[in-house]
Write a protein that binds this ligand. Structure first.
Ligand SMILES: C[S@@+](CC[C@H](N)C(=O)[O-])C[C@H]1O[C@@H](n2cnc3c(N)ncnc32)[C@H](O)[C@@H]1O
Length: 388
């Protein structure tokens, strides 16, 4: 799907349009929606001529934008706003870009239709995106709107430190979890990771609970209905477990799961992630966790102790092939502690709110895994030891 969009980008000069679509939609699994929109774009390809041009100043931004025919995209009674961004050094601001592009849209529209478009900066029906990236101007129409796609619409309980649902879905995908595998989030807060897994496992589009998308104003209501009609939800029973220390978060997670219509397949328990072996007498195939991080100095010691005790306890409820994914802003402490008993297979840097965080992919260090018992690892280790 990403390739298909990239193809549009190159073929039709759809820089802005495809860019906003891809950047906002591809972080989750709305493939069907993406396919339907691509088809619609294909039907309209002769009309699609937005912009990607080299520019030097505001006059050129006005001149190039005014050449775009906005009539196929904006209906005469619709209001619009320009949202502008800028990367690089320029002698104009993003506010200047928005002003100039807005004027160019109004002038271009008036020339082709004799109508003066209404501007609505707070609740526009159509959002024109204008980005100046160094010396390049990109103009596009926003297909998702001001409300980002990670706002799924099921989060009726607000945890104080929730994980972005798009990141949560990405962690599930990264773990190679599939519907037949058991999954545990031992510090689940409001349940985001498990809810995203349940949506993936049941093939429920993550946008199912949202009411509006900007593309409806451009392509009409039918496109969403068409996409929804193509989705085949799977009513499979999944083995998803969430553990959380505080009762209020457990209750909140249950409410969110209910809203997302997946509460029947997730078990939320109140409990301590440093005593996992006392709660579970099974081993999990996948463990994904977003543990607390200590922003304040006073909490640093507590976090170290929590991570250490959690990692020790975790060893007792996993097997040699368990995939473990951890996202934390306390990456140095976590890495130091995890290295003792786990193999760190991969580290990925990620922005977590304003924080620089890391995703760790771990597995049990071979010495502890079942594979180790039956393999030649013991012999290799013995041989290495005998040489010292
Ligand atoms: C960063 S939050 C997780 C947020 C969650 N991913 C979400 O989207 O809502 C970390 C959670 O770990 C919980 N926690 C802290 N210590 C714990 C422990 N020993 N056992 C279980 N949960 C714990 C906290 O109460 C908090 O809800």
């Amino acid at each position: 799907m990403e390739n298909q969009l990239l193809q549009y980008l190159l073929q039709y000069g759809l820089a802005g349009l495809a860019m906003y679509f891809m950047y906002k939609l591809m972080c989750n699994h709305s493939q069907t929606l993406a396919e339907v929109i691509c088809k619609k774009m294909d039907e309209m390809k002769d009309e699609i001529k937005l912009l990607r041009e080299k520019i030097e100043n505001l006059q050129e931004i006005y001149k190039f934008t005014k050449k775009i025919d906005f009539a196929p995209w904006i209906k005469p009674k619709q209001s619009f706003a320009v949202r502008a961004k800028r990367v690089g050094e320029h002698d104009f601001t993003s506010i200047d870009i928005a002003r100039v592009v807005g004027q160019a849209v109004i002038d271009s529209y008036r020339e082709s239709t004799n109508v003066r478009l209404k501007v609505n900066l707070t609740q526009p029906e159509i959002i024109v995106r204008a980005e100046v990236v160094f010396d390049e101007l990109l103009i596009g129409l926003d297909l998702t709107g001001d409300e980002a796609l990670h706002k799924r619409g099921y989060r009726i309980y607000q945890h104080p430190a929730p994980l972005n649902p798009s990141i949560a879905a990405s962690l599930v995908m990264l773990s190679n979890w599939s519907a037949e595998k058991s999954l545990l989030d031992p510090m689940c807060g409001s349940g985001t990771i498990l809810i995203e897994a349940a949506l993936l496992g049941r093939n429920i589009p993550p946008g199912e609970f949202r009411n509006s998308y900007a593309f409806i104003k451009i392509f009409g209501d039918d496109i969403l209905e068409e996409a929804k009609g193509k989705v085949e939800e799977k009513n499979v029973k999944l083995e998803l477990y969430g553990l959380e220390k505080f009762k209020k978060h457990v209750n909140g997670a249950m409410k969110n799961a209910e809203k997302a219509k997946v509460s029947d397949t997730i078990t939320f328990l109140k409990g301590d992630a440093t005593k996992l072996e006392k709660i579970f007498n099974k081993s999990f195939d996948v463990v994904i966790v977003n543990p607390p991080y200590g922003l304040r100095i006073a909490r640093k010691g507590i976090i170290r102790k929590l991570y250490n005790n959690f990692l020790r306890s975790l060893k007792k409820i996993i097997h040699g092939k368990t995939e473990i994914i951890v996202i934390t802003a306390e990456d140095k402490v976590f890495k130091e502690l995890a290295s003792a008993d786990y193999t760190i297979k991969k580290e990925i840097k990620v922005k977590y709110g304003n924080l620089d965080a890391k995703i760790f992919m771990l597995s049990l260090y071979q010495r502890y895994s079942g594979d180790y018992q039956n393999s030649s690892y013991q012999a290799i280790e013995r041989e290495l030891l005998s040489k010292h």
